[in-house]
Design a protein around this ligand. Structure first.
Ligand SMILES: Cc1ncc(COP(=O)(O)O)c(C=O)c1O
Length: 317
């Protein structure tokens, strides 16, 4: 059943604002039936200078790259999309996140759409108040540390199926399945291995490991989504004198790791307390996750000297 919660927001759809409940697609649209919708998502943070959009340019560039990988001929370019996102955040005060979606709205029969016009929708909203609060079930607080399940059988985002770099809805089916099994088994999050059985990423997070020798590693970007938080954490670590290597990590290294943490737009820096039920390290959160999590939080509110340019400030209407 559709969710008819009374959300009073306006969504930018192909250049015009429409009420939240009118931003719909047909049930037979290509995007829905074939999972061809490409999207990107970033945070909108309340700062003393007003709402700030986190790394807008990098997120829009990734959206365009995803469209290119999936062959979606989006008619809008970088500058136009950035301007539309700013306009949408301005039109929706109190929003905490913004999602841009490029999709075939056309009703189609075949896997290759005949009508190649790509729609662009931009929604700025508060995920908690506008979405989660209206969903069934008791309110769920986001965990501060997670119990991780290592999924060894199902892979996701294989280069020989759909590029792991593409943020396309079809790429989230394996994540949905694996994470729902992990949740049923009492875990909070799931982690995938890649085709070579090296650690990869979660359904919506990247992975960092501080190994037994203190070396900080994250899986190479060729086999995972180039997370903007991952990139930001690497840059923050370097500016703090902490070296981060983009290198393979074998699953067995999790058992001896000092720290494991996940990163993502929603997750921030999320420490892992256990993997498959075995505790990680001596303390959780560990010192590296704490340090980088604090640094990231300061950049999100525009309080980290040298990183103010990561936020695009939106002046009120
Ligand atoms: C597969 C995958 N990996 C990693 C991430 C983290 O990326 P970001 O830090 O840009 O949110 C995401 C984001 O949703 C994702 O979908």
């Amino acid at each position: 059943m559709p969710n008819h919660a009374p959300v009073d927001r306006r969504i930018w759809l192909n250049g015009q604002f429409v009420p939240w409940h009118e931003a719909t697609v047909h049930v037979l649209s290509h995007s829905l039936q074939r999972g061809s919708l490409v999207f990107d998502y970033t945070g909108v943070h309340q700062t003393v200078r007003g709402p700030g959009i986190f790394r807008l340019d990098v997120h829009v560039a990734r959206l365009l790259h995803s469209c290119q990988l999936m062959g979606l001929p989006l008619a809008y370019g970088q500058a136009e999309i950035e301007a539309a996102i700013i306009e949408t955040v301005r039109a929706n005060p109190g929003s905490r996140a913004v999602k841009a979606s490029a999709f075939y709205a056309s009703v189609e029969v075949d896997v290759v759409p005949l009508d190649r016009r790509v729609s662009l929708a931009i929604a700025a909203y508060d995920p908690q108040a506008d979405i989660l609060a209206h969903l069934p079930g008791p309110p769920r607080a986001r965990p501060r540390t997670v119990r991780l399940w290592l999924e060894k059988k199902t892979h996701q985002r294989r280069e020989d199926i759909v590029s792991p770099q593409a943020k396309v809805s079809a790429n989230y089916a394996s994540g949905m399945m694996a994470k729902s099994l992990a949740l049923k088994a009492g875990f909070d999050e799931v982690l995938f291995v890649n085709e070579d059985d090296q650690l990869a990423e979660g359904p919506t997070t990247n992975l960092f490991v501080v190994d037994a020798t203190g070396r900080v590693r994250t899986p190479p970007e060729q086999r995972v989504l180039r997370g903007v938080t991952r990139l930001s954490v690497i840059e923050l670590a370097h500016s703090d004198g902490i070296a981060v290597d983009e290198a393979d990590i074998a699953p067995h290294e999790l058992t001896t790791a000092r720290e494991v943490f996940l990163t993502g737009t929603t997750a921030g820096v999320l420490p892992v307390e256990s993997v498959d039920g075995r505790p990680v390290g001596e303390t959780c959160p560990g010192p590296v996750a704490t340090r980088l999590g604090d640094r990231l939080r300061l950049t999100l509110t525009g309080e980290a000297p040298g990183f103010e340019h990561w936020l695009t400030y939106v002046q009120p209407q």
